[in-house]
Design a protein around this ligand. Structure first.
Ligand code: GUN
Length: 279
């Protein structure tokens, strides 16, 4: 039976460390502000945005909230970002995704100053990660590295298989695991023999967006399994991309859903905000 990687506990530890850090910075007269922009009223986005603002408050970072109507034009949003880029008080800018369909998400991501890109989505941030330069790292994959390290998982030389190749998780995850000297395989919807490839993983990271897609027979005995998925059934019960009951019979360590990867994303956003304060 697998041991659980407790993301709630680890994220709480990180938040305590960050709270101490902001207190120390405050003594030196350094304070930070995160600008959070939401366009429209998507209920899931509203929950995320509220939690981000709450985390700022807890850690000791100021937050500015921009709740813009659904019909906001791309131009208006770009103008706001341009103002925030110039604003000396603001050191982090976050536009909650998805934005409405009439706004080009790429243009928005590109408009945020890389110095304030606490989501780590700007091409310059991703490029820096690719060639090993300083820059903000996407929060969910950065959180997974913390989960692994703080659970004592050795990454160096291990076979890591990533299921999913999104810009937010799969691709930066691969770069981070490579930076930690893992041998990395990225798989996706066109991959042949997915099950066999997964069976070879010492560390299996699943971000495929399909409920309980990875069953026990994909998993090598003793593997470490990280589940990035989040799905709700009709009774509001949460599920991951991994069939937990089966996987936990094979894995040595596993993240649950909820309480695994999820809480780490905001903790790492706060980490990036604190980094931004120190620039
Ligand atoms: N929507 C879903 N996840 C995220 C995230 O990490 N950052 C932003 N900005 N939007 C998201």
């Amino acid at each position: 039976m697998a041991q659980i990687i407790d993301g709630k506990k680890i994220s709480a530890e990180i938040k305590e460390e960050l709270k101490a850090k902001t207190a120390e910075l405050k003594q030196k007269g350094i304070e930070g502000t995160l600008a959070v922009i939401q366009v429209g009223k998507d209920p899931a986005s509203s929950v995320y945005v509220r939690n981000k603002k709450k985390a700022c408050e807890y850690i000791g970072i100021g937050s500015q909230s921009y709740e813009l109507p659904e019909e906001t034009t791309q131009e208006e949003l770009l103008d706001l970002i341009a103002d925030l880029n110039q604003d000396k008080e603001v050191n982090g800018i976050l536009v909650q995704l998805p934005v409405p369909a009439h706004i080009d998400e790429k243009k928005i991501i590109n408009a945020i100053s890389p110095q304030k890109d606490v989501d780590g989505f700007h091409p310059e941030s991703v490029g820096s990660l690719t060639i090993g330069q300083q820059g903000f790292v996407s929060c969910t994959p950065a959180g997974i590295i913390e989960l692994l390290k703080r659970s004592g998982v050795e990454i160096d030389g291990k076979n890591c298989v990533i299921v999913g190749r999104s810009n937010i998780v799969g691709k930066p995850m691969a770069l981070l695991m490579l930076r930690e000297n893992a041998t990395v395989t990225i798989t996706h919807s066109h991959t042949k023999n997915l099950k066999e490839i997964c069976q070879n993983a010492d560390i299996l990271i699943v971000a495929v967006g399909k409920k309980e897609f990875i069953t026990g027979d994909y998993i090598k005995q003793g593997a470490v399994v990280i589940d990035v998925g989040i799905h709700r059934d009709e009774n509001n019960k949460l599920f991951g991309d991994v069939k937990y009951e089966e996987a936990s019979q094979k894995a040595s360590l596993i993240t649950p859903v909820p309480g695994g990867v999820g809480p780490m994303t905001i903790a790492m956003l706060m980490h990036n905000c604190v980094e931004s304060m120190m620039k």
